[in-house]
Write a new protein. Structure first.
Length: 170
């Protein structure tokens, strides 16, 4: 807390006036990053409404990747918390990661647009969001644990193209 207060230019007591302890501060930061990500994705969904689906997908992926590039510690927490559950998904008391739920909802919304625009197959549509989320998680995890020299957001066209070739309407 002393380091955080020093970097913020405030007294340690000031931090404790707002946060009980370091965990409370971290929890609030995670919630803030999650809301920021949701706003960013919502804005991208609004901005892309009139574009063709491939451009919408690429813009959405770029927005997501850019957010994580800007907030790598958040990405690290997100991916690590996903693997450190005390109960398996679906078990009583298990809670899905709230940030991933927010992303998933928006991915589903985007892919529903792709189906409506006839850019994606209707059959197996329930798996499209699972496939895209898996692809995004894999790229993000690789970048976090084995970084490349390529800015991650520049991978958006490759990711979108890879997804579309597998999910395009036949």
């Amino acid at each position: 807390m002393e380091d955080i207060a020093a970097r913020a230019g405030v007294a340690v007591g000031t931090l404790y006036n707002h946060f009980h302890d370091r965990d409370a501060l971290l929890s609030e930061l995670i919630v803030s990053r999650r809301h920021e990500l949701a706003r960013r994705l919502d804005e991208e969904l609004r901005r892309g409404e009139s574009a063709d689906f491939a451009r919408q997908l690429e813009g959405f992926v770029a927005a997501l990747l850019s957010h994580f590039e800007e907030h790598r510690p958040f990405l690290s927490i997100l991916l690590e918390s996903e693997h450190s559950r005390t109960a398996p998904v679906g078990a009583r008391g298990a809670r899905p990661n709230a940030a991933l739920v927010e992303v998933y909802k928006r991915v589903q919304q985007l892919l529903e647009r792709g189906i409506a625009a006839r850019a994606l197959r209707h059959d197996d549509a329930d798996l499209h969001s699972v496939f895209l989320m898996g692809l995004l998680r894999s790229v993000l995890a690789r970048e976090l644990y084995a970084p490349t020299q390529v800015p991650i957001a520049e991978r958006a066209p490759q990711i979108a193209a890879f997804f579309l070739r597998g999910a395009e309407r036949r």
